[in-house]
Design a protein around this ligand. Structure first.
Ligand SMILES: Nc1nc2c(c(=O)[nH]1)N[C@H]1C(S)=C(S)[C@@H](COP(=O)(O)O)O[C@H]1N2
Ligand SMILES: [Mo]
Length: 387
């Protein structure tokens, strides 16, 4: 191979040489290594993880991340009710409720509106170590939510904006112990100031191609800096109302219970998930000659990153370097760290990020007051063996 060979070509060549493609293994199953570089085995992750659990669910292999944008066919994906069938020809985005002009926009109508792009990476609020496979990063194209809402004309009394997907499922709704079975659509809401801000968008393309069914074709909501759940896929209805929306996925399923010290007293607080809590993790450690390199990922709500540090075992925290290819505000961020003098044997490699608000990624001990597993952004000590 020539010196100019890209890492991606090495990846493809490797897959072809090993015949993995023919056996039906995803090309994603090979790490993104430079020539002469080898992967250091993690002992807190199996050598090979199952990337596709069902046809509609997929995680990423963090050790194989080889570019800032995750290709559509590798994007992590999940949902509650499977994939709905949406006919693009008859599709209409309906905007109803407290609006001056109810809308029913075709895809052509939406594509005719001024478009914008957004690099945005997010994780499922249930994403956690050691695997951390429920996150990806993409360049999205679509229209500002506000553009659509302004076309409808929002009444002064409107406070709550509810986004429904075309996907439906049956739910048991409990009211004081009596259960009613209802069919409902996946739904999430935003408050007025959030919906009418410049940020949220209705996306129809990912990395320059129309959305795939996995990512919500033909249209999805994106709320930059927030966890996955609010990014409603297959969005088909926007209902504008005064009352708070209390649907299952808004108020019940995606929530966190944690202890908080308030005026010197420990209180139990339940809150919904919205903005991503700052997280970093070590995704890959590689060896070239006797040099070792640590590569990691940061997920965050868009607040600028002040620092990211790495520590080996119980050693001092050392500054790692942010990768300039991931500098867009809402992109996930990459960092690298040159690990000098690595000694043979077992080690832990831990990262921690701090943002400019002063928030530092917590340790797992500090997160023990959180009793539910969402928003699990603790520092994760990666375990590995240097040969
Ligand atoms: N319509 C609809 N949108 C949805 C969901 C869903 O079940 N239905 N799941 C949410 C959750 S929990 C996550 S993590 C993201 C996953 O988005 P992705 O499949 O594009 O990665 O979609 C969100 N949007
Ligand atoms: Mo999620």
């Amino acid at each position: 191979m020539s010196k100019q060979t890209t890492r991606r070509e090495v990846l493809k060549g490797g897959a072809a040489l090993a015949g993995l493609g023919a056996l039906g293994f995803p090309q994603w199953g090979l790490p993104a290594l430079a020539q002469g570089e080898t992967l250091v085995q993690f002992t807190d992750l199996p050598e090979q993880i199952v990337l596709e659990r069902t046809p509609d669910r997929r995680i990423i292999e963090i050790r194989d991340i080889d570019g800032s944008l995750t290709p559509a066919n590798k994007w992590f994906t999940t949902q509650h009710y499977g994939h709905p069938v949406v006919d693009h020809a008859t599709f209409r985005l309906r905007v109803s409720g407290l609006v001056n002009t109810p809308l029913a926009l075709s895809l052509a109508d939406i594509r005719a509106l001024p478009s914008r792009e957004l690099v945005f990476g997010f994780e499922c609020s249930g994403n956690r170590g050691p695997q951390n496979g429920l996150s990806s990063n993409g360049r999205w194209t679509g229209v500002s939510l506000r553009t659509v809402l302004e076309r409808a004309g929002i009444k002064d009394t409107a406070q709550e904006f509810v986004f429904f997907g075309a996907d439906r499922g049956e739910e048991d709704v409990d009211f004081r112990g009596s259960i009613t079975k209802v069919e409902q659509q996946y739904g999430r809401s935003l408050r007025r100031y959030q919906a009418l801000s410049d940020e949220p968008m209705l996306a129809y393309a990912l990395n320059g191609d129309p959305l795939t069914v996995h990512q919500g074709s033909p249209l999805r909501l994106l709320v930059p800096g927030w966890y996955g759940a609010p990014n409603v896929k297959w969005v088909s209805d926007i209902r504008v109302q005064e009352d708070q929306y209390l649907g299952k996925f808004q108020t019940h399923w995606y929530r966190t219970l944690k202890g908080e010290m308030i005026d010197g007293e420990m209180k139990w607080v339940e809150s919904g998930i919205s903005k991503m809590r700052l997280k970093s993790y070590v995704a890959r450690v590689t060896k070239m000659g006797n040099q070792h390199k640590v590569f990691g990922v940061i997920l965050h709500d868009g607040t600028p990153i002040k620092s990211v540090e790495v520590r080996i075992d119980d050693g001092p925290w050392q500054a790692a370097t942010l990768d300039p290819s991931t500098s867009e505000k809402y992109s996930w961020k990459f960092f690298t760290y040159d690990w000098r003098g690595a000694t043979p044997g077992e080690h832990t490699v831990t990262s921690r990020a701090t943002d400019t608000s002063g928030y530092m990624q917590p340790t797992s001990e500090e997160l023990e007051v959180k009793k539910t597993f969402l928003e699990q952004n603790n520092q994760h000590p990666r375990k590995l063996i240097i040969a």
